[in-house]
Design a protein around this ligand. Structure first.
Ligand SMILES: C[S@@+](CC[C@H](N)C(=O)[O-])C[C@H]1O[C@@H](n2cnc3c(N)ncnc32)[C@H](O)[C@@H]1O
Length: 251
């Protein structure tokens, strides 16, 4: 790993919480909530990396009780400040552990907006799937929403992307790609006349086929895969996917 300084499970959220909802999110929370409600089996649901409740709160408004796991105290504080945010139980911890207490089972566990890739090793990703399987009711669904990796986006192992460019502000993503570890290390960079703000991020991506294999190792199997929250077909041109796993039946 390049010298990135200290980076742990709470680093991303603690640094970005103050501006996350305003600047760094896709505006797909209602579509996501609609899809998740349709597979929730009445709930309750558990979100891994619940963040500020961007998806959990609209899902709750659709009648599904939601709990969450979150590493960042700053993200949980933002959730608590929102309407209905105090009523969502949140366990502070690592999403790889799915540590919600023995015996608690959910018909829906989900992880959206590439958050599964916040687990930086294959071991942690498999451990997460195993712990999900242990907390999933029979017939329950584990939903992963993530991008389809495209290493060709990186030129000589790096990529810079401009999201906003005005007279007074520049917003960039600066990223490095490690092909051997399947990791992307980067910074969201916001530059104004008076200051530069850095929001570090690190992720380990996996192709859908690897996700299927990790799920299989954990005793799960793919039920369905879509190209988006509106049941768009998943094709070789899809940039992201919504994958629904369920517990595999014993032979
Ligand atoms: C990209 S944000 C997504 C938040 C929310 N799911 C959403 O869609 O808006 C990722 C979230 O996962 C949290 N996170 C990252 N790594 C984590 C880990 N290992 N354990 C628990 N939470 C983690 C971050 O603090 C952040 O809140």
């Amino acid at each position: 790993m390049p010298d990135f300084g200290w980076y742990g499970p709470s680093t991303y959220g603690d640094r970005i919480a103050g501006v996350f909802d305003e600047s760094f999110v896709p505006h797909d929370e209602h579509s996501a909530a609609g899809f998740l409600a349709s597979v929730a089996g009445g709930g309750p649901a558990l979100e891994l990396g619940i963040g500020t409740g961007r998806v959990a709160l609209p899902l709750r408004r659709l009648g599904v009780e939601v709990a969450g796991i979150e590493a960042s105290g700053a993200m949980i504080d933002r959730l608590r400040q929102k309407r209905g945010g105090k009523r969502i139980p949140v366990w502070t911890g690592d999403l790889a552990d799915v540590d919600v207490g023995t015996g608690l089972m959910y018909p829906l566990i989900y992880v959206v907006f590439n958050t599964f890739f916040a687990l930086l090793t294959q071991d942690d990703q498999v451990r997460c799937c195993q712990n999900v399987a242990a907390h999933l009711t029979p017939g329950g669904a584990f939903v992963i929403e993530a991008f389809v990796p495209d290493p060709s986006k990186f030129d000589d192992g790096q990529r810079t992307e401009t999201f906003e460019l005005t007279n007074d502000l520049v917003r960039l993503d600066v990223m490095r790609h490690e092909a051997d570890t399947q990791r992307i290390l980067g910074q969201h960079v916001v530059i104004t006349e008076s200051q530069v703000r850095l929001y570090p991020l690190a992720m380990r991506y996996a192709w859908p086929s690897e996700l299927d294999l990790m799920a299989r190792v954990a005793g799960l199997r793919l039920r369905e895969r879509w190209g988006g929250w509106h049941h768009e077909p998943f094709t070789s041109a899809s940039l992201s996917h919504v994958s629904v796993y369920e517990r595999a039946r014993r032979r």
